[in-house]
Design a protein around this ligand. Structure first.
Ligand SMILES: NC(=O)C1=CN([C@@H]2O[C@H](COP(=O)(O)OP(=O)(O)OC[C@H]3O[C@@H](n4cnc5c(N)ncnc54)[C@H](OP(=O)(O)O)[C@@H]3O)[C@@H](O)[C@H]2O)C=CC1
Ligand SMILES: O=C(O)C1=N[C@H](C(=O)O)C[C@H](O)C1
Length: 256
């Protein structure tokens, strides 16, 4: 069977360089392009790329995707900074390129995906909830894509359960002290040298709290999810948001 022809865009970055190694090590995948800043996107078509993995920057990702999707190249996107408007634009490009698939994944690690699902499950039962995300000190976006998605899922679950908006009695204090409200859920962003990617979801009820914590300790934590996404996205046309939609069995979640 012929190997899937894969490109990594952002190939010299923290996660991109790890993705290059993971794709190279996979028997069924062929890394045919590894693009960094300033490289021409034409290299994707010249190399006959079938799936492009974007791990760049919120300022770069839309241009990369317009080119890739416009040329019928499936896309796996880990780059953050997604807004409803950006997703709608990507959906428009996909609609004009029938058969092309794109997965936008706020987080490729299984633990982070489960954290979001557990948080969604817990949300209906607790009065208070706050999200704390902690990342390395070079991260461009805040809150993280994962924390934003987690808060959105929590807010939707609370609304579905008929929970009223959270009570916040704060009337005095410094701007920002209560974090950023994502759909009404406070999200606090810590940036600290030495960290990689971590998140705590804190729930509070009568006389009890529940904390769900996830830690990505190394960029290898994202690789089984990226490889699963690369292998799956050509079979799922249109836009998919969240790796959970590709997690149909544990057998797909392997390294090389
Ligand atoms: N979904 C997930 O599971 C994960 C997502 N991420 C996300 O991935 C993105 C990258 O993170 P990280 O690796 O830490 O960041 P880095 O800054 O380490 O890497 C980004 C790389 O992309 C390069 N780049 C910038 N613009 C372009 C462009 N137009 N074309 C090609 N390359 C470009 C940068 O080059 P230069 O150095 O010259 O700027 C850099 O080498 C972030 O948005 C981050 O949030 C990260 C980890 C997991
Ligand atoms: O920038 C990072 O490092 C990460 N970005 C993603 C996010 O914003 O959620 C995923 C993970 O947290 C690592």
């Amino acid at each position: 069977m012929s190997k899937l022809r894969v490109a990594v865009i952002g190939a010299h970055g923290r996660i991109g360089s790890e993705a290059v190694r993971a794709v190279e090590a996979a028997d069924d995948l062929d890394l045919v392009a590894a693009l960094g800043r300033g490289d021409r996107l034409d290299a994707l078509t010249e190399a006959g790329v079938q799936v492009a993995v974007d791990l760049t920057h919120p300022d770069a990702v839309m241009g990369n995707l317009e080119f890739a999707v416009g040329h019928g190249i499936h896309a796996v996107i880990g780059t953050t900074g997604w807004t409803p408007e950006r997703l709608a634009t990507l959906e428009g490009w996909l609609a004009a390129s029938p058969g092309t698939g794109a997965l936008v994944a706020p987080n490729f690690s299984i633990g982070a995906v489960l954290t979001m699902q557990f948080a969604q499950q817990a949300a209906r039962w607790f009065e208070s909830v706050e999200v704390i995300e902690l990342h390395h000190d070079n991260k461009a976006d805040a809150p993280s894509g994962t924390a934003t998605r987690t808060a959105q899922l929590i807010a939707a679950a609370r609304e579905q359960a008929g929970r009223p908006p959270q009570h916040d009695p704060t009337t005095h204090g410094l701007e920002g002290a209560r974090g950023a409200a994502v759909d009404g859920v406070p999200v606090h962003s810590v940036r600290l040298r030495g960290l990689l990617a971590h998140q705590e979801v804190l729930f509070g009820g009568t006389g009890e709290t529940l904390t769900i914590r996830h830690d990505s300790l190394h960029h290898s934590s994202f690789m089984p999810g990226i490889l699963l996404a690369v292998r799956t996205v050509p079979t799922v046309p249109g836009l998919t948001f969240g790796l959970e939609h590709f997690l149909t069995g544990t057998d797909g979640l392997r390294g090389a």
